[in-house]
Design a binder for this molecule. Structure first.
Ligand code: ADP
Ligand code: ZN
Ligand code: MG
Length: 490
C-alpha cells in the first residue's frame, strides 16, 4: 500500500524558492496526420485510421502536412517567438509498444521557433515567462491496459493516434509558484483556442503538460536538482502536483537528503507523486536528423502570410476592452475568456452602443441563461444583435430595466426580437407623459400623508411615491421620468 511521504511544513517551505519549467504538448487541429493522409478524428474503431506511414512499415515515406506547419507557425508567433527560417526534423529513438517506428519524429537542435514569452497575471501582478522553444513532432499510439488478475491481463495497442501532429512548448525555468504555472497554462490554452490551433480538450489529451520542479534556499545562486512530473491531465492536478512536489523536495532537503533527477508520476487519487524511472538524458535518445525529410524552410513571405490571417489575441483584446470600452479589469478578463464570448460581447456593444450595459447583460442575465440551458455562447438562444436591441430600448428610455428583465427570457423562449414581444404582450412601456401624469396624480391623491412629509422637507419620501407609481404602472414606467414628473407636480 503506497503511503504519503512526510511533507514539509509551511515554515520550512517558506525558506525555499521553487523553480518550475513546463513542457506543454498541444495537438494541432488538422484534419489529417502530420506525415500521412490518415484522418485525426477521435472515436474511430481501433486501428482503422492507419496506413503504412503511421504504422511505421519499412519503406514508407513521411510527407509533411502543410496545414500542421501553418498552425505551428501561428502558435509560435502568438507566443512571441522567432520563427526560424530553417528547422530540422530529428529522430528521437526509444522503444515503446505503441511507437511502431521505434522512434518519434521530433525536432532537436534546430526547432521551429525560439525565444518567446507568455505574459501572465497573478494577484494583480503581470510577469513574463520565457518560452525557450516551440517544436513540431508526431504523437505515439495509445496503450490500453485491461484486466486486473495476472492471468487475465491484456494491453491493447490502438495506433489511430500515431502520427497526430503536436507542438511542444518548452518554458524557461522562470515559473515560481503553482499559481503562476496555472496561469501560464491557462494563457497558452486560451491563445491556442482563440487561434483554432487546437481545441485544447484536456480530456482527449489535446493539451498535456509535464512539469519540471526544483527548490533552492531563497537567495541561493544556483538551481537545485529537478524532478519531472508527468501525467498532469487537468489544471487542478497541475497545481496539486506542484504543491505536493515542492513540499516533498523541501522535506527531503531539510532532513539531510538529496533530490534525485527522475521522472515522477502524479497520482490524483492519493494526491502524491511517485517515482516512475530515472530521467533519460538527451544522449539516451540517439537523436539524429531525419533522413526522410528535407529541412523545413519558412520564408518571410510565408510567415507573414500566416501572421496576417491571425485573429486578435486575448491579451490585446483585453487591453482594448479596458481602453476603448471602459471595462474594469475583471470584466475584461471574463469577457475575453473565450473567442466566441469576446466576439458576442463586441456585437452587443455595436448593436446597443452601450458597453457598460452590454458587459452587465452578457455577464449577468445571458450567462445565467446559458448556464441554466447548458448551452455555449455561440449557440445562444438570444443573438448578440437581439440583446443589443434590448439594451438600446433601455438606453433610449423606451423601457425600463425591470421590464427588460421580463422581456429577456421571452426572447430566449421565442427567438423573437424585443419589439415583437412588447407588441404581442402589450408591454409598451408608459413613456407617454399623459398616461403617466394620470398615474402620478392618482398616487399623489392616494398618499396625502407622504405628500405632506415631502413638502415639509423629508426628501427621501419621494422614493416611496416613485415606488407606488411604478407599481401602478405594472413596472412599465421609466423610474427616472416618474421621479422627475413627481417632483414637478409636488
Ligand atoms: P532536460 O535536458 O532534462 O530535458 P532542459 O534543460 O531541456 O532539461 O529543460 C526541460 C525543462 O525543465 C524546461 O522547461 C526547463 O525550463 C526546466 N528546467 C530546467 N532546469 C530546471 C531546474 N533546475 N528546475 C526546474 N525546472 C528546470
Ligand atoms: Zn497514416
Ligand atoms: Mg531537454
Amino acid at each position: 500500500m503506497p503511503y504519503a511521504e512526510t511533507l514539509a511544513t509551511p515554515e520550512m517551505i517558506a525558506k525555499y524558492e521553487p523553480v518550475i519549467g513546463l513542457e506543454v504538448h498541444v495537438q494541432l487541429a488538422t484534419h489529417t496526420k502530420i506525415f500521412c493522409g490518415c484522418p485525426t478524428g477521435f472515436g474511430a474503431a481501433p486501428n482503422s485510421n492507419v496506413c503504412p506511414v503511421c504504422l511505421g512499415l519499412p519503406g514508407a515515406l513521411p510527407v509533411l502536412n502543410r496545414q500542421a506547419v501553418e498552425l505551428a507557425i501561428e502558435a509560435s508567433l502568438a507566443l512571441n517567438c522567432t520563427v526560424n527560417p530553417k528547422s530540422i526534423f530529428a529522430r528521437k529513438n526509444y522503444f515503446y509498444p505503441d511507437l511502431p517506428k521505434g522512434y518519434q519524429i521530433s525536432q532537436y537542435d534546430q526547432p521551429l521557433a525560439e525565444h518567446g514569452f507568455v505574459e501572465i497575471n497573478v494577484n494583480g501582478e503581470s510577469r513574463r515567462i520565457g518560452v525557450t522553444r516551440v517544436h513540431m513532432e508526431d504523437d505515439a499510439g495509445k496503450s490500453i491496459h485491461d484486466g486486473f488478475k495476472d492471468s487475465d491481463r491484456y494491453t491493447y495497442v490502438d495506433l489511430n493516434r500515431s502520427g497526430t501532429p503536436l507542438i511542444e512548448i518548452v518554458s524557461e525555468p522562470e515559473i515560481r509558484t503553482s499559481d503562476e504555472a496555472h496561469a501560464y497554462l491557462t494563457e497558452i490554452k486560451q491563445v491556442m483556442q482563440y487561434l483554432n490551433v487546437s481545441t485544447c480538450d484536456m480530456e482527449k489529451g489535446h493539451l498535456r503538460c509535464d512539469a519540471n520542479v526544483s527548490v533552492r534556499l531563497k537567495g541561493a545562486p544556483q538551481f537545485g536538482t529537478k524532478a519531472e512530473v508527468k501525467n498532469l491531465n487537468s489544471f487542478k492536478f497541475l497545481k496539486m502536483a506542484l504543491d505536493y512536489e515542492i513540499a516533498r523536495q523541501v522535506a527531503l532537503i531539510e532532513s539531510g537528503g538529496r533530490v534525485v533527477q527522475e521522472t515522477r508520476l502524479y497520482n490524483p487519487d492519493l494526491d502524491e507523486t511517485i517515482s516512475m524511472r530515472s530521467k533519460e538524458h538527451a544522449h539516451d535518445y540517439r537523436y539524429f536528423p531525419e533522413p526522410d525529410l528535407v529541412p523545413l524552410r519558412i520564408s518571410n513571405e510565408w510567415r507573414e502570410r500566416v501572421r496576417a490571417k491571425m485573429p486578435e489575441l486575448p491579451a490585446s483584446r483585453r487591453r482594448r476592452f479596458i481602453q476603448d470600452h471602459g471595462l474594469r479589469e475583471y470584466d475584461a478578463d471574463v469577457l475575453t475568456a473565450t473567442r466566441p464570448m469576446s466576439e458576442y460581447f463586441e456585437k452587443v456593444v455595436t448593436a446597443s452602443g452601450d458597453a457598460r450595459a452590454a458587459a452587465n447583460w452578457v455577464m449577468g442575465d445571458l450567462s445565467a441563461l446559458l448556464k441554466q440551458e447548458g448551452r455555449e455562447i455561440d449557440d445562444s438562444p438570444v443573438s448578440a444583435e437581439q440583446l443589443g436591441k434590448l439594451i438600446a430600448l433601455i438606453t433610449s428610455g423606451k423601457i425600463n430595466g425591470k421590464l427588460a428583465k421580463d422581456i429577456f427570457p421571452k426572447m430566449a423562449e421565442s427567438g423573437d426580437d424585443p419589439e415583437v414581444i412588447m407588441q404581442r404582450e402589450g408591454l409598451e412601456s408608459i413613456s407617454d407623459e399623459g398616461a403617466l401624469g394620470k398615474i402620478i396624480d392618482e398616487v399623489i391623491a392616494a398618499n396625502p400623508k407622504q405628500v405632506e412629509q415631502y413638502k415639509s422637507g423629508k426628501q427621501q419620501v419621494i422614493g416611496f411615491l416613485v415606488g407606488q407609481a411604478m407599481k401602478a404602472s405594472r413596472g412599465q414606467a421609466d423610474p427616472a421620468t416618474v421621479n422627475r414628473m413627481l417632483k414637478e407636480k409636488l
